[in-house]
Structures are given as C-alpha cells and as structure tokens.
Design a protein around this ligand. Structure first.
Ligand code: 13P
Length: 260
C-alpha cells in the first residue's frame, strides 16, 4: 500500500439469514467505527440488503450487493437490477466473482458488460479476476488475468474507472485455506497495476485499489497487507465472524496509520 486507503471487504456469499446478517452487520459497524484510516465494506445476501442498507445508513460501513443484472428491468426471472439495489441505499456491487464465473456461467464478456453498466449507473464496483489451479500449474496466470482485465477495461471511460476496484482472487486459494504467498500475491498485483497503467494511463494504474482475496485470515493478513501493491482484502470465510473480520480490519488500520 503506497498512499492509498486500504479497503477491507467481507463477501458473505450465500451465508446468514436476515437476523444473522443484521446482527453481524451491527457488530462490524460497531467494532470498526473508530477506524479512520481504512474503509470497511460488507456484502450480505440480496435478502438482507434492504434491512442492513436502511438500518446502517448513518454509519461509515460500506455495503455491497454480490451481483446484479445488466438490464434496467424486464423479463429476467430471479435477477436483481441496479435500481432495486440502489433503492435499499446500497451503491456498491461485487461483479465477476469466480463462483459466478465457474458455477453460473458468467463469461469475461458478461462480467465486463455488468461492470460497464454498473459504473455507468454510478455504482462503485469490485470487479474480480483470478486464475484457476490448472491455469496456475500451466503458468498461464498472467495471460488469464490479462484477458479478464482487457475485457473489463477496454470500454471504460476515465470517469467510470474512478469507481472501479479490482479484486485478485486466485481460484485455488478461495475457501481452501491455501493462501497465495505474499510474494505470489504481490507479483500478480504488480502485474495488474501495470496492465491498468497501459490501458488506462499511469495515474489510474497508480491510484486504482487492488484487493487480494483467497483464505485471508487473522494469521496472514498483516503480511499480505504490507505488500506494496496490495490495497486491501476481499474476505470470505473470515468475514462471517465479527471477531476475525474486525480483527483483520484492525490490522489494516494499524498498517494504514503507520504508512499514512
Ligand atoms: P475465502 O476467504 O473464504 O477464501 O473466500 C475468498 C472470497 O472468495 C472472497 O470473495
């Protein structure tokens, strides 16, 4: 992290009912409210967004949806539009998570279309990229991530790019307890920054936030967040308990304060 404000984000995936989500959201808001040098975000299920978005609207906590559709409205049974999300008071969305790509057939093109649409509609977007185990074993990780990024970035204006955060989540490190080493993560983050610079200009390359995701925990957060090009974390499992998530946020706050 160099002069950028760290962002600690929790992706709750398909966990917690309405009651459990609201309880956890309150604990996170309470436990992180004194942190002035970082941003903290949670991403509950669609069902809980309304209650959490409304009840916590006067806190500093950022709230994101985990997905959205790229049309305004219409015959898309089971889908959620950006207007629906916005009506809950939420203006962040995670797009292109590897689980959406692998389990729900979202191609690079669909992910790029959603990201473009959300940015055009003034949402803040966490756009996810990352390679599979097989791709890493074949040493194709840079090629894969470059293609994902090219597709996302090629149509975005300077204004749209301002609200884009990239999350690098190597698929082999998600929910497996296997984290990329700080060196592996830093190497890829540096590569991502280079690509963003090439496509969107050096200033954007320097300022864009790049989060790391994949088995981030209290144990490894400090080492990861201390890397030059890692600007925060997108956390799955460890975001489901206030103790571990707030603890990681506290580590980030300390690092930000020291470097700030
Ligand atoms: P885990 O932290 O459970 O590995 O999940 C990472 C992730 O997918 C966050 O989006």
């Amino acid at each position: 992290m160099i002069g950028r404000r760290l962002l600690i984000a929790g992706n709750w995936k398909m966990n917690l009912d309405l009651y459990g989500s609201y309880q956890l959201a309150k604990m996170v808001a309470e436990g992180t409210k004194s942190f002035e040098n970082i941003d903290v975000l949670i991403s509950p299920s669609f069902i809980s967004l309304g209650v959490i978005g409304q009840k916590l609207k006067d806190t500093e906590l950022l709230i994101a949806a985990q997905n959205c559709h790229y049309e305004e409205s219409g015959a898309f049974t089971g889908e959620i539009s950006l207007d629906m999300i916005r009506s809950t008071g939420v203006n962040w969305v995670i797009i292109g998570h590897s689980e959406r790509r692998a389990l729900f057939g979202e191609s690079d093109e669909i992910v790029a279309k959603k990201i473009k649409y959300a940015l055009l509609n003034r949402f803040h977007v966490i756009g996810c990229v990352g390679e599979s185990l097989e791709q890493r074993e074949n040493r194709e990780q840079e090629e894969v991530v470059q293609k994902q990024l090219d597709t996302i970035l090629r149509d975005l204006s300077e204004g749209e790019l301002e609200n884009l955060v990239i999350a690098y989540e190597p698929v082999w490190a998600i929910g497996t307890g296997k984290t990329a080493t700080p060196e592996q993560a830093e190497e890829m983050h540096e590569f991502i920054r280079k690509i963003v610079s090439k496509i969107a200009g050096e200033d954007r390359g320097k300022s864009i936030l790049i989060l790391y995701g994949g088995s981030v925990s209290l144990r490894n957060a400090e080492e990861l967040l201390n890397q030059t090009d890692i600007d925060g974390a997108l956390i799955g499992g460890a975001s489901l308990e206030a103790e571990s998530f707030n603890g990681i946020a506290a580590i980030a706050e300390d690092i930000s304060k020291e470097q700030g």
